[in-house]
Design a binder for this molecule. Structure first.
Ligand SMILES: Cc1ncc(COP(=O)(O)O)c(C=O)c1O
Length: 399
């Protein structure tokens, strides 16, 4: 993590209040702003279009990402959809077949409704991505790296070269690593997308998003659309998210230390068939991750050996990992992608993306490492001693 970036995140908007000298920036809840007489519009007129509190957060995220500016949106999905408003009906977006389930659903449903065309490709195979780009001449290449939930890493520099060749914009969803561990714009991307719901806010109490643009022209277009369709975030949510961003570096350090300890447990336990974590030397993208990221992050996925009985025995044996969707908060979570985060994908699409029925994903929190290690070990022991049966999960998520 770059020290200058950490300091910028902590001090964003600090000591900038000329009126009262408040150390922390004030929260501007007002939905509207007065004109200084007829035709005398001030910097702000209406909060959907612009808001000083939201702007503090937008500037901070843009600075950390090295972008020209950012649009702060009311959810991560509205950030994702905002970018697709740059597309026309005949334009194509090429996206990973294993992207976040909500993005998969949005790209396929908007394509079904005729807003643009979507092609899902296996981004683990650079040759296939190249072939698809040459064939479909996309306007947007969408990258999610590391991917959710298998943590495959995509070469952002390579994708940027390909995007230039076919005249596409390269968009990177940087939710998993945040600008403190990866800066896609410096590697050649044009736009970065965040679900700030995750690490940037970090406390699982706000849903939000951000779109960071590399150039003034892109920022202008995205801001125009955000105001037009009303996807901007509320001042309150922006202020809360800014509060979270100030401690991002400290949280990330702890998330990652805890994750490394849990990866060791998973990697050596007989109840675990496979561990997916880019920090492991045997992860297929380990070298790429080392070169392009400055940290491996706090998400680890793994396949439990066995079926439904083992899965239930394991999940019921956990005390400090809550079975819930989302990630990046201070609290540890566990999710079952096939029935939760990726339930919007068909069984066939899940299979193709490598999402098996016994795949589990941990979002490792910042609780005490020893407690997490002991909790996970106990639950794995419980899974090992459970009698075997086949797997069928009811009650899939609508997310
Ligand atoms: C990688 C990624 N991108 C985008 C989103 C969508 O964000 P939100 O849930 O804030 O709308 C998510 C949500 O889980 C995600 O994991």
């Amino acid at each position: 993590m770059e020290t200058r970036k950490i300091t910028k995140a902590v001090r964003a908007g600090v000591n900038a209040d000329g009126q009262h000298g408040s150390v922390m920036p004030p929260l501007y809840l007002s939905s509207n702003y007065s004109f200084e007489g007829l035709g005398g519009k001030r910097e702000y007129d209406y909060s959907r279009s612009g808001n000083p509190t939201r702007d503090v957060l937008g500037r901070a995220i843009a600075e950390l990402e090295g972008g020209h500016g950012a649009v702060v949106t009311n959810t991560g999905m509205s950030a994702v959809v905002l970018v697709t408003l740059l597309l026309k009906a005949d334009d194509t977006i090429i996206a990973p077949h294993n992207c976040y389930g909500g993005c998969y659903r949005a790209f396929s449903s908007l394509a079904d409704a005729g807003h643009f065309k979507t092609r899902f490709v296996d981004f683990g195979n650079a040759h296939k991505v190249r072939q698809a780009c040459l064939r479909y001449r996309p306007k947007i290449i969408w990258v999610e790296t590391p991917s959710n939930p298998l943590l495959r890493v995509t070469d952002i520099r390579g994708m940027a070269t390909l995007a230039r060749e076919c005249g596409a914009l390269l968009v990177v969803d940087n939710t998993f690593l945040t600008p403190l561990y990866q800066q896609p714009l410096t590697l050649g991307a044009d736009i970065v997308v965040h679900s700030t719901t995750k690490y940037i806010n970090g406390h699982s109490d706000v849903v939000g998003g951000a779109v960071v643009a590399k150039t003034p022209a892109l920022l202008e277009e995205l801001s125009w659309w955000a105001n037009c369709v009303g996807s901007t975030a509320s001042p309150w949510d922006s202020n809360q998210t800014m509060r979270g961003l100030r401690t991002l570096h400290a949280r990330l350090r702890c998330h990652e230390e805890n994750t490394a300890a849990l990866v060791k447990v998973l990697n050596t336990h007989a109840a675990v068939k496979h561990v997916y974590y880019p920090g492991l030397p045997d992860h297929p993208d380990h070298h790429l991750a080392r070169a392009q990221q400055t940290g491996y992050g706090g998400i680890v996925s793994f396949e439990l050996d066995g079926g439904e009985t083992e899965l239930r025995a394991f999940l019921d044996g956990l005390s400090y990992f809550t079975l819930a969707e989302s990630l990046g908060g201070v609290e540890s979570l566990i999710s079952h992608p096939a029935s939760m985060t990726h339930a919007a994908m068909s069984e066939e699409a899940q299979q193709e993306a490598g999402i098996s029925p016994t795949l589990l994903r941990l979002s490792v929190g910042i609780e005490h490492m020893a407690d997490l290690v002991s909790d996970l070990s106990t639950a794995l022991e419980r899974a090992s001693s459970a009698p075997r049966r086949s797997l069928r999960i009811a009650g899939a998520s609508s997310r």
